[in-house]
Design a protein around this ligand. Structure first.
Ligand SMILES: [Zn+2]
Ligand SMILES: [Zn+2]
Length: 379
């Protein structure tokens, strides 16, 4: 242990005299804007992180449209890279100024659910998802990180913010499909929808040893990205009967693993239609309408199918492992960051992202530079 860690960081004076910050505040459906709000202070077990880079998730758009309820006044966002600004009492082994990645999911690491291995469901259903859901999120100059000891993952110096920011949510979620399906080397895989999560699922299937990856979407740009992420066969559902094609490619057998990455009845159903008996359907989508299981492809319940779901795995060990993949060049998601904005321009970024204009996949919201504080002069 270095002498440095023996000094409790909590006794250090607050490193900034600033008491307010800029943040994107949700005021109600279709009402968001940058506001001046109070800068958070770290209590016991907490840390304040100065955000350097963040992004917008499809879930944030659901919230904006009023499809997923959160309380007015909440700061949105759950994917961030930043620098430790303040450490509360009880947080040890970290220093002010260290660059950290926090997952979208911030488990406590101590409850029954966490200790049973279901960190995303910390404290109860969906409980691990706190940022921009039950507590203030990361689309701000600073964010208060709960259970900091379990959630601050140090970023290796040689990795840039852009290389790791997408690990917080989409990569962690996308990769979890193959992991939860317990995919075997040589499995065939079909992935329905190639948005950011679906593209990450494609990269994850390749990492996991899939022998052949079929992907389905209607957007040619996304299908092109899918090839770069590891897809072998890209199918445009506007041009072909995708179920027929996948069954034809697999000699009528069906795939070992089918991944649903949108959250719609049709994608779920088609995933089931191309799944072989005994195969696993890994569902990543967030369903906002009813979902029913068609009896034919479900073999009336006698097909030995497995259906698994996942909420983004989080926690600092998950983030460390994902950063190792990036550091060792096993995966590169930077091409998914198609557009760049400053925090002041974030509502424009929401407009672009929610309308899916200009080939947007993910937007990089540059908040501040890792070295100094405040707005990056480049933006
Ligand atoms: Zn998300
Ligand atoms: Zn927990």
């Amino acid at each position: 242990m270095s002498a440095q860690t023996l000094v409790p960081d909590a006794i250090l004076p607050h490193p900034s005299s600033t008491t307010t910050m800029k943040a994107l505040v949700f005021r109600g459906p279709h009402q968001i804007g940058i506001e001046k709000v109070e800068l958070p202070r770290a209590g016991y077990g907490e840390a304040v992180v100065r955000v350097t880079l963040t992004t917008i998730c499809g879930t944030d758009v659901h919230i904006l449209k009023g499809e997923y309820p959160v309380k007015p006044g909440l700061i949105l966002g759950h994917e961030a890279v930043g620098v430790i600004h303040e450490l509360g009492p009880g947080v040890t082994g970290y220093r002010i100024g260290e660059r950290v990645l926090t997952g979208a999911i911030t488990p406590c690491g101590q409850c029954n659910f966490c200790l049973s291995g279901n960190l995303s469901q910390c404290g109860g259903a969906l409980g691990g998802w706190r940022f921009g859901n039950t507590i203030n999120g990361v689309q701000a100059e600073y964010v208060l990180v709960p259970y900091a000891q379990a959630n601050l993952a140090r970023i290796p110096d040689h990795l840039r913010d852009e290389e790791v920011v997408l690990l917080a949510d989409i990569a962690s979620t996308g990769f979890s499909a193959s992991e939860n399906a317990q995919m075997k080397i040589g499995d065939t895989v079909a992935i329905f929808a190639q948005g950011p999560i679906g593209l990450s699922a494609t990269a994850g299937a390749r990492l996991h040893g899939a022998s052949c990856i079929f992907v389905v979407d209607s957007n040619p740009v996304r299908l092109e990205h899918a090839r770069r992420m590891g897809a072998d066969v890209t199918l445009n559902f506007n041009e072909v009967d995708v179920v027929k094609e996948i069954l034809r490619f697999t000699q009528g057998r069906g795939v070992d693993v089918a991944i649903e990455a949108l959250g719609r009845q049709i994608t779920f159903e088609n995933a089931l239609r191309v799944l072989r008996p005994g195969g696993t359907l890994a569902s990543l989508g967030v369903y906002s309408e009813g979902l029913s299981i068609p009896l034919g492809p479900f073999a009336a319940g006698l097909g030995d199918h497995k259906i698994v779901t996942s909420l983004c795995p989080g926690g600092k060990e998950r983030m460390r492992r994902l950063m190792e993949l990036v550091a060792n060049r096993r995966v590169d998601l930077t091409s998914l960051l198609t557009h760049k904005f400053s925090l002041d321009q974030i509502t424009e970024a929401y407009d672009l992202f929610s309308a899916q204009r200009d080939g947007v996949l993910k937007v990089a919201i540059k908040v501040s530079s890792a070295k100094g504080s405040g707005q990056d002069p480049e933006c």
